[in-house]
Design a protein around this ligand. Structure first.
Ligand SMILES: [Zn+2]
Length: 81
């Protein structure tokens, strides 16, 4: 069985790349009994939808408007593999 930490990492990764069937199965099983991870999945889905909406409305210039300092802070906040 996967731990909550492993599931949170997989949920986050699943937004950028396709998980293996084994990973997907592990996450699905975990979500059946873990309320906390279900909440996290919902929040991640909401955040990604919000980012997509923002990028779609701001267009390709959205990224160019971030200062170098803002980019660094975002990079620092992102989890590393
Ligand atoms: Zn959990």
């Amino acid at each position: 069985m996967l731990s909550c930490k492993e599931v949170s990492l997989l949920l986050s990764r699943s937004r950028d790349q396709r998980l293996t069937w084994r990973e997907r199965l592990g996450v699905r099983l975990h979500l059946l009994y873990c309320e906390g991870c279900r909440r996290l999945e919902k929040q991640l889905r909401f955040l990604h939808a919000a980012v997509r909406r923002f990028v779609a409305s701001a267009g390709p210039a959205a990224d160019a408007r971030l200062s170098e300092d803002a980019r660094r802070r975002i990079r620092d906040a992102l989890p590393r593999d």
